[in-house]
Write a protein of this length. Structure first.
Length: 405
């Protein structure tokens, strides 16, 4: 895809070349060393240029509830465009009473576990012990994300894993022991349990939470993170891993944009997202748009090229989809001035969701061609609203550009 990323024009200051003796004949610090170090530090900092981007993504949560995520991407680059400092965060519901950072382990459910131990008149109860991660379950060919919860009415030091009642929260069905072991295997590793079995003591699983210590249960609630697939931990820890990777590899803003555009895509199975150790986050279009804003200051949507041959004109159009930029090729018959073909040159929309809208023989693309006289009335596809609107907008932009000739 033509990303059209322009190189940043950075004002590169000249570093002063200075030297100072470490000590004099009496092994005392040279009097000019401190001042020279301070001057050098100030000069070095002056060569760094700040960048900042704030991008708000609006939509709905997986449960269908409204949300807004604000992507924060700010820092400095040196005279070569290398990112030297970086603050990357995602704020849910920014500016409201429900605001929280997705870097906060208490705010996002991925590779985390909650434990709730309650004291009763008769002893202790395990109200819940959850696990939220990704795994391949017995009898399944592909992996899947899961949220499960275990409970036990009479919690004793002799209680074992097979005594737990474990529910798949997505189906509200009780899990069999083999599947439950897979679901809690990551938590068991965090608890330094070599092999989780039906005979594993429940109290050992509660050690990372601090709810079992010195041979006694402790009433309370606690959340911990654990290393899931490819070492990915909680969402916040994965964000930190991304920042560490960017800084360690001396990346430019353009490098980061390209990484977000090509690696860890939504269509890539989570077990294959291994670009960054400890981060399996899908780099959907919001990541790209965030960095694009840091480079250019505004997002681009429009016609980028026009080619005329054999009585037709083909326009290349860029719009913003769910997975990032979508490059759409829209061909007009110059005799009738009508659209005769719409195809996608490049896109990273989710497989079997947004990507279905532009696969070969797509009914949606045909609907755009058929409805080109009033394209705004073409119905969006449920579950792929962002992709639908991006393709509708591409058609509108092409029509406006072609008819303005």
């Amino acid at each position: 895809m033509k990303t059209r990323i322009l190189k940043l024009l950075l004002a590169a200051g000249m570093l002063l070349s200075v030297s100072a003796c470490a000590s004099n004949d009496n092994n005392e610090p040279a009097p000019t060393a401190s001042a020279t170090t301070e001057e050098t530090t100030e000069t070095t900092e002056a060569t760094e240029t700040p960048f900042s981007a704030e991008y708000e993504m609006q939509g709905t949560t997986s449960a269908g509830l409204p949300k807004n995520d604000t992507f924060i991407f700010e820092g400095t680059v040196d005279e070569n465009g290398i990112i030297k400092t970086l603050n990357f965060d995602i704020i849910r519901n920014k500016g409201t009473e429900e605001e929280y950072s997705k870097k906060d382990i208490m705010g996002y459910m991925m590779n985390v576990s909650d434990a709730d131990v309650q004291e009763t008149e008769n002893g202790f109860t395990l109200a819940s012990l959850t696990a939220n991660s990704y795994a391949v379950f017995p009898g399944k060919d592909a992996g899947e994300q899961y949220m499960v919860s275990a409970s036990l009415e009479n919690l004793t030091t002799d209680a074992t894993f097979k005594d737990l009642t474990i529910i798949n929260l997505a189906t509200q069905e009780e899990m069999d022991l083999e599947s439950a072991i897979v679901a809690y295997n990551y938590l068991a590793k965090e608890a330094q349990i070599d092999e989780l079995t039906g005979d594993t003591l429940v109290c050992d699983l509660l050690v990372p939470f601090g709810l079992y210590a010195d041979g006694n249960f402790v009433a309370g609630q606690k959340r911990v993170s654990f290393a899931g697939i490819n070492g990915g931990r909680s969402y916040g820890e994965q964000i930190d891993a991304i920042v560490d990777y960017i800084l360690a590899n001396n990346m430019t803003l353009e490098d980061v944009y390209e990484m977000f555009r090509t690696e860890n895509q939504q269509s890539t199975p989570i077990e294959d997202r291994d670009t960054i150790t400890g981060a399996t986050i899908a780099f959907v279009g919001d990541f790209q748009r965030m960095v694009y804003l840091a480079i250019h200051g505004e997002l681009f949507e429009g016609v980028t090229n026009s080619t005329t041959q054999d009585g037709t004109t083909m326009l290349e159009v860029i719009t913003q989809g769910y997975g990032g930029e979508i490059e759409t090729h829209i061909t007009f018959d110059d005799e009738t001035s009508k659209i005769v073909e719409i195809s996608i040159r490049d896109a990273n929309e989710t497989a079997d969701v947004g990507a279905k809208l532009y696969e070969e023989g797509s009914d949606f693309l045909q609907a755009l061609i058929d409805g080109q006289d009033n394209v705004s009335e073409v119905d969006v596809v449920s579950g792929a609203t962002v992709t639908s609107n991006a393709l509708i907008k591409a058609t509108q932009l092409a029509l406006e550009s072609y008819n303005a000739k």
